[in-house]
Design a protein around this ligand. Structure first.
Ligand SMILES: Cc1cc2nc3c(=O)[nH]c(=O)nc-3n(C[C@H](O)[C@H](O)[C@H](O)COP(=O)(O)O)c2cc1C
Length: 180
């Protein structure tokens, strides 16, 4: 397989984020030749505003779109906040959805996974993230799913769960296989 790059977006800004740990583990399970590029500046993005979405967008917006343009696929790893998408991630989706009809992620395969405290592991947030990205431009790979209740990790790094590591390896392998 040709070398490829996967853009990784994490919907939690928290230092000890379980979702960031999941993203790290996903990168560790990647097949040879696949580079994971995590964009860690979602918290710096201004709120989406059409008035500033012009030829001189803020530097951080240009950096996000450049990272998306370099990528061949994307992996979104997010918790659920109040039954939905964390605001910081929704804001990034809005920036990535423009230029309208010509997103830097247009037609690229994208998978949504993550962990949350509740018994359903954030499935509402994951479904809504799929819905929103499905409108924004990328090609959402709907059947790549992992909504992990954090309690199943028992306070440990996801790396210590052979089951979670195997599931991530499977998802990453299938996501990369979707690259055209
Ligand atoms: C503002 C806020 C809202 C939350 N709402 C939900 C929720 O609706 N469902 C849920 O399962 N967990 C909810 N949680 C708990 C998060 O799932 C939990 O804190 C998770 O570990 C956050 O992910 P992180 O470790 O990657 O930061 C909420 C947490 C916060 C801070």
């Amino acid at each position: 397989m040709a070398d490829s790059t996967v853009l990784v977006l994490v919907g939690s800004l928290r230092e000890a984020s379980v979702n960031r740990q999941l993203a790290d583990l996903a990168a560790e399970t990647a097949p040879a030749g696949v580079t994971f590029e995590r964009f860690d500046r979602l918290g710096e993005l201004p709120f989406y505003n059409e008035d500033i979405d012009n030829e001189s967008v803020p530097e951080v917006v240009a950096a996000l779109r450049d990272a998306a343009a370099r990528a061949d696929a994307a992996l979104v790893v997010t918790p659920e906040y109040n039954g939905s998408i964390p605001g910081v991630l929704k804001n990034a989706i809005d920036w990535l959805s423009r230029p309208y009809g010509n997103s830097a992620l247009k037609d690229k395969p994208l998978a949504v996974i993550g962990a949350a405290l509740g018994q359903y592991g954030g499935v509402w947030a994951h479904d809504e993230t799929r819905k929103s990205f499905g409108i924004a431009g990328p090609r959402v790979v709907e059947d790549l799913e992992l909504s992990l209740p954090t309690q199943t990790l028992d306070g440990k790094h996801p790396r210590e769960s052979a089951e979670v590591a195997a599931k991530l390896r499977d998802i990453v392998g299938k996501l990369v296989a979707e690259i055209g």
